[in-house]
Design a binder for this molecule. Structure first.
Ligand code: ZN
Length: 77
């Protein structure tokens, strides 16, 4: 396993900031399209869906998914 310092830091942060009300990847991805739509509509998605934002901050996989989705929808509009 190849752990870069940044990845390690991220992992430590994830462990330290775990909260009982956080959502998992499945739930995050379920809500991601709505989250992205709000972003594109100029709405405050982070405020409306704080748990999704929270998950994106701590999960790199979902963050990449989010950015890819955002890019794709931006390209379409
Ligand atoms: Zn995730």
């Amino acid at each position: 396993m190849n752990l870069e310092p940044a990845a390690l830091k991220q992992m430590v942060r994830v462990v330290l900031s775990t909260r009982p009300d956080e959502i998992g990847c499945d739930e995050c991805l379920d809500q991601l399209d709505r989250f992205v739509e709000m972003k594109l509509a100029g709405k405050d998605a982070a405020k409306a869906m704080p748990l999704v934002q929270d998950h994106l901050d701590r999960c790199r996989d979902c963050r990449e998914e989010f950015e890819a989705l955002l890019e794709a929808l931006r390209a379409l509009s």
